[in-house]
Design a binder for this molecule. Structure first.
Ligand code: FES
Ligand code: FES
Length: 149
């Protein structure tokens, strides 16, 4: 049993402490916005925030997330108002199939929180998420738009 704080709510999850956080989020808590892609920290589909930093939840054990503030894509909007990254994503029509986009939005939000006016080089260095649909140029444009919002 572990106690996790996800999107401001305390959740008891009945899993082995070594279970990847991704599976506790999806299967125990039922927040399925966070996606599984590779399971080996390569694709970024599973990105969540731990104390505000982007983390690949497929390789983080539940035990390492206890006592920390976990935010998933479901927790980004406040009172139904999308954050500036989510708004820019819609305005720039970034999502194609959409599968990678949770991770992209979580990574971009963390980037802007730590670096409010990122350069293209900052974006390329940070946004290492993989998109099979090739939305990388739209991702970059939307991040710049969100930075100006
Ligand atoms: S599923 Fe976690 S990085 Fe790919
Ligand atoms: S939008 Fe399809 S994988 Fe990225």
């Amino acid at each position: 049993m572990a106690r996790l704080t996800i999107n401001g709510k305390t959740q008891e999850v009945d899993v082995d402490p070594t279970t990847p956080l991704l599976w506790a989020i999806r299967e125990q808590v039922g927040l399925t916005g966070t996606k599984y892609g590779c399971g080996i920290a390569q694709c970024g589909a599973c990105t969540v925030h731990i104390d505000g930093a982007a983390v690949r939840s497929c390789v983080m054990p539940v035990s390492a997330a206890e006592g920390k503030k976990i935010t998933t894509i479901e927790g980004l909007a406040v009172n139904g108002v999308l954050n500036k990254v989510q708004k820019a994503w819609l305005e720039h029509e970034v999502p194609q199939c959409g599968y990678c986009q949770t991770g992209m939005i979580m990574a971009a939000t963390a980037l802007l929180n730590s670096k409010p006016r990122p350069t293209d080089a900052d974006i390329d260095a940070t946004m290492t998420n993989i998109c099979r649909c090739g939305t990388f140029q739209q991702v970059r444009e939307a991040i710049h738009a969100a930075a100006k919002a």
